[in-house]
Design a protein around this ligand. Structure first.
Ligand code: CA
Length: 143
């Protein structure tokens, strides 16, 4: 039950990427994979993902720099980013959240990540419904 939201996964570990991809596709998500920062920037604007899962340790760029760049760009700042990192330190988590990540997930089985993704997308859809209500034109008074 996920109405086919599109998820961009940035992960250089092929095995992990394949595992995540399978788990998310089983949940009905559409997955756009990117093995590094350069590929991510190539597919980002065209694919218009609903959410980005971002590995911090990438071969070409620091995931934190990518996150900061995404959050500065008016085209992408509204896309929720889940930072997916091998580090368990509280400082990693704090840095990710300070840079604008929606959440931080320690690397492990996809089973830990999938519910987080679902929660973020759910929160987002709730927000959209509220915004739509708030901006709806006022009803005409009944004469
Ligand atoms: Ca990595």
């Amino acid at each position: 039950m996920s109405d086919g939201a599109k998820i961009l996964i940035v992960e250089d570990n092929e095995l992990l990427l394949a595992l995540l991809r399978r788990a998310l596709e089983q949940e009905g998500y559409e997955v756009v994979p990117a093995p590094n920062g350069l590929e991510m920037m190539k597919v980002l604007y065209a694919s218009k993902p609903d959410l980005v899962v971002l590995d911090v340790g990438l071969p070409d760029v620091d995931g934190r720099d990518l996150l900061a760049a995404l959050k500065k760009d008016p085209r992408t700042f509204a896309i929720p980013v889940l930072v997916w990192s091998g580090g368990s330190a509280e400082s990693d988590r704090r840095i990710a959240l300070e840079l604008g990540a929606e959440d931080y997930v320690q690397k492990g089985a996809p089973s830990a990540l999938v519910p987080k993704i679902q929660r973020v997308l759910y929160r987002l859809s709730e927000r959209e419904i509220k915004n739509a209500r708030a901006s709806a034109p006022p009803k005409k008074p009944v004469a």
